[in-house]
Design a protein around this ligand. Structure first.
Ligand code: ADP
Length: 202
């Protein structure tokens, strides 16, 4: 099945775009959601994390203490690499597993850090949602109530707009209103349906 990797910086409009694809009946497999599910108590990935980083990353109830883990990797690049070496393959394997069960002309792999994690090979095409940083900041302020300096710090940890766009097969420029965004997604949907048809019936 044709897999479209949906990515973009924080506040660019990825989730909104994913929601529009879903309304069009297209399955969305979300890397962040899967990452959350994989670390639920009793899951092997959580056990691996505890074995690697010690019981300090668990709450008394045996759940992942996200704050403790974040603090740990924030100060230690080697720990961050180890965390990624556990999480990324597990997330990507689960995404593939879920895609294999789906019957649809194509599906969306929503991967916010697709470029940063070098996971281009996982998908057939890369769809980037882009808008100027100013708009990203305004949208995130409004959505999450975060202050501007924190949003800027998050932006600084992500790929630049140029880095992302350089790898895009398809680009959504999300600077207009929601109806314009919907129109762009509907047009892409038609393209993807055509691509999928051609793949399956060359
Ligand atoms: P991301 O998933 O990339 O972080 P979201 O899809 O959550 O971004 O969008 C960020 C915020 O901006 C959300 O509150 C969303 O409703 C809003 N938003 C996104 N695109 C538009 C748009 N074209 N017009 C108005 N609001 C938008």
């Amino acid at each position: 099945m044709l897999k479209i990797g949906l990515t973009g910086g924080i506040g660019s409009g990825k989730s909104t775009v994913a929601g529009i694809f879903q309304q069009l009946g297209i399955p969305v497999i979300d890397a962040d959601e899967i990452a959350h599910e994989l670390v639920e108590p009793g899951k092997p990935v959580l056990e691996k994390l505890a074995a690697e980083f010690g019981p300090g990353i668990l709450t008394h109830g045996g759940e992942l203490d996200r704050k403790a883990l974040r603090n740990l990797v924030f100060h230690d690049p080697r720990a961050k690499s180890k965390l990624e070496a556990i999480m990324h393959p597990a997330v990507f394997a689960e995404m593939k597993r879920q895609a294999e069960k789906i019957q649809a002309p194509y599906c969306i792999f929503a991967i916010p850090l697709l470029i940063e994690t070098d996971s281009q090979a996982l998908v057939d095409r890369i769809l980037v949602v882009d808008c100027p940083e100013r708009l990203q900041i305004e949208r995130v302020k409004e959505r999450d109530g975060l202050d501007e300096s924190l949003i800027k710090r998050i932006l600084a940890t992500q790929a630049t707009r140029q880095e992302r766009i350089a790898q895009a097969h398809d680009l959504i420029v999300n600077t207009g209103d929601l109806s314009l965004l919907e129109k762009q997604v509907r047009d892409l949907h038609q393209n993807y349906l055509n691509l999928s048809r051609r793949r399956n019936d060359p």
